[in-house]
Design a protein around this ligand. Structure first.
Ligand SMILES: N[C@@H](CCC(=O)N[C@@H](CS)C(=O)NCC(=O)O)C(=O)O
Length: 274
């Protein structure tokens, strides 16, 4: 009889552990780490130097050359955090599911995941990478996007839920939560308020609740470390945008430096890649 993917995964589990290529400050990496923790899946972790990527990472993700990458028990590799999260649900059905069971609810979770990656994340990145009027416009975009999420929590798809996934942290919590802790870091570094608890009470409460979860606390680096990293990164992005060129102040504590030749226009993109 043919074996299911889960049985195959289970058979080779003893031989070779799952392996995750990641970067310590990468929110996309945190998504996968958190998902595996919530599911109780053990894995090996390989920290990538994003300024000098390993041959193994480039072989495993030749298309995007980014982390996270999950290497399966049999050596095959998967890239893109949301796709990895879906895979984990499919391949390990005996573990805690992250996506809802209902097809419509699953689609809604995917929709808001796309919203986070496509709209909210880039707007937050732009606040971080800019100053002046450009930054003010990006702040307005962040607020518009947060207002959309707040409305869904108040009277839309997620009304009455503790988490986006229901009573427990689910797929969308992992996806949105692993980017949202950067909001406080960016507020501190830029001096701009992004999440006003009065304007976005439900989103604010959700984020505090998410951050207090044991698995989340185990996954997210300390605020001091993130702050030091973000300060160095902002300094470099502003230098790039100002046309200073190069990799900025080499003493800046930038753990995951973008390519030195990155053009200024890419600044917002770089900032989002955290
Ligand atoms: N869409 C990707 C984004 C991954 C991503 O942007 N990774 C960043 C680190 S957070 C990266 O590897 N950057 C290195 C580079 O761009 O060269 C995902 O969801 O996994």
């Amino acid at each position: 009889m043919e074996k299911t993917a889960a049985e195959n995964a289970g058979n080779v589990a003893a031989a070779k552990p799952l392996k995750l290529f990641g970067s310590w400050a990468s929110s996309y990496t945190h998504r996968v780490q958190l998902a595996m923790r919530l599911k109780g899946l053990s894995f090996e972790y390989a920290e990538e130097d994003l300024g000098n990527k390993s041959e193994a990472l480039l072989r495993a993700n030749p298309v995007h050359k980014k982390v996270p990458v999950l290497v399966l028990h049999d050596g095959r590799a998967l890239a893109e955090s949301a796709i990895i999260l879906h895979y984990l649900d499919d391949a390990f059905p005996d573990t805690r599911p992250l996506l809802p069971a209902d097809p419509f609810d699953r689609a809604v979770a995917r929709f808001w995941c796309h919203f986070g990656d496509d709209k909210l994340g880039p707007a937050v990145g732009a606040v971080f990478a800019t100053t002046g009027e450009e930054q003010a416009a990006a702040v307005r975009q962040v607020h518009e996007n947060l207002a959309l999420l707040e409305a869904e929590l108040r009277e839309g798809a997620f009304k009455g839920r503790r988490f986006f996934g229901g009573q427990e942290v689910g797929f969308l919590d992992v996806v949105l939560g692993c980017g949202s802790y950067w909001l406080a870091v960016f507020e501190e570094v830029t001096g701009v308020q992004l999440v006003d608890a009065e304007a976005f009470p439900l989103f604010h409460a959700w984020l505090r609740d998410f951050e207090a979860q044991e698995e989340v606390r185990e996954t997210i680096p300390s605020i001091d470390r993130l702050l030091a990293y973000a300060r160095g990164l902002r300094q470099m992005l502003l230098a790039l945008a100002a046309g200073a060129g190069g990799a900025g102040d080499s003493s800046a504590p930038v753990a995951a430096a973008p390519p030195a030749a990155a053009p200024p226009v890419a600044a917002a993109d770089i900032a989002v890649d955290i």
